[in-house]
Design a protein around this ligand. Structure first.
Ligand SMILES: NC(=O)c1ccc[n+]([C@@H]2O[C@H](COP(=O)([O-])OP(=O)(O)OC[C@H]3O[C@@H](n4cnc5c(N)ncnc54)[C@H](OP(=O)(O)O)[C@@H]3O)[C@@H](O)[C@H]2O)c1
Length: 295
């Protein structure tokens, strides 16, 4: 298949995390089909290279690139940004999609709880380190893949890493991390006011992907069985692609989307003081000099 000359995303550079499977892979493929230059981030070199070849074969788009990094590690996030900035001076769309649920509490080599590290810091640090290039590329967009699981989450600022209460099957830590994605989006939108960079969070639906299948025992079994009544990755990626590319949302920022519609997120997610505190704690943990709110 060849790229149409007036492909709607031609000239746009898009970075997608968690691009080797599920929703991220489907979004990367669709955006490549739309003519974007897509940079895929994956954790396994062979799998990432195979994904790039598959997308090339399916779309004919040869403006594909990849970075291999472990996004559960802050060092991996920094390597990703370094590798990206060595080659590119523009970034029009950042899709923060990487994520997972971990039945047993795990701690990364850097000492952070895995769900918090991958699902929240994996978005927070990557975005912050790319803010300058996003602003320089405005209009630009940041799309954060959250989940309706955030509705079950409550932000415990004194237990962000779920040391006191991890929850059955990791679900409490997961729902809290997905709430962090929504609150991070709202806080980021405020900090980006007037920059031409928008940011929105979204729920992809219940999608048959590799999600949760990393776990053993009952939790892994439940996720493997889930596939029978789920959306396809392409359906799950639809709102991601919409938020990344549609002129309908050119000026829309700081919203939570489900099936291409802005909907209300949980009442907890609108706690601005908590969102600001989450930002401050995350900035401290990651060692970034965070930009000040423009308002
Ligand atoms: N599936 C659903 O029903 C559902 C519902 C709501 C929200 N979501 C959200 O959707 C997002 C994508 O999930 P998915 O369902 O597409 O899951 P998935 O099929 O498991 O894909 C996850 C992607 O993240 C990558 N990844 C995992 N750990 C990584 C790490 N440490 N470093 C770098 N990359 C890593 C995986 O790489 P490998 O290919 O190497 O495994 C894969 O590319 C997540 O944020 C999830 O919370 C999913």
């Amino acid at each position: 298949m060849t790229i149409e000359t007036k492909a709607p995303m031609s000239g746009k550079i898009v970075l997608v995390t968690g691009a080797t499977n599920g929703i991220g892979k489907a979004a990367a493929l669709e955006l490549a089909r739309m003519g974007a230059q897509v940079v895929l981030v994956g954790r396994s070199r062979p799998k990432t290279e195979a994904t790039v070849s598959e997308i090339f074969k399916k779309t004919g788009n040869n403006a594909l690139d990849y970075i291999v990094a472990d996004l559960a590690l802050m060092s991996g996030i920094r390597q990703t940004v370094e590798a990206f900035l060595q080659k590119y001076d523009h970034l029009h769309v950042l899709i923060n999609n990487v994520g997972g649920i971990f039945a047993q509490r795990e701690v990364t080599a850097e000492g952070l709880e895995m769900t918090f590290a991958l699902n929240h810091i994996g978005y927070f640090l990557l975005t912050n380190l790319l803010l300058d290039v996003l602003k320089a590329s405005a209009p630009a967009r940041v799309v954060n893949v959250s989940s309706d699981a955030h509705r079950f989450g409550a932000l415990n600022l004194s237990d962000l890493q779920s040391e006191q209460s991890y929850g059955m099957g990791g679900f409490r830590a997961y729902s809290q991390s997905k709430l962090m994605n929504v609150m991070f989006t709202y806080e980021l939108a405020q900090r980006l006011e007037g920059t031409g960079v928008t940011t929105n969070a979204m729920h992809p639906g219940a999608v048959a992907t590799g999600f949760g299948r990393n776990n053993r025992g009952m939790i892994g079994f439940i996720f493997r069985s889930f596939g029978h009544f789920s959306l396809t990755p392409e359906q799950g990626a639809d709102t991601v692609v919409y938020l990344a590319s549609s002129p309908d949302v050119d000026d829309v920022t700081g919203k939570y989307f489900d099936r291409r519609k802005a909907v209300l997120s949980s009442s907890h997610s609108y706690d601005e003081a908590a969102a600001r505190r989450l930002w401050e704690i995350s900035a401290e943990l990651t060692g970034i000099a965070s930009p000040q709110p423009t308002a």
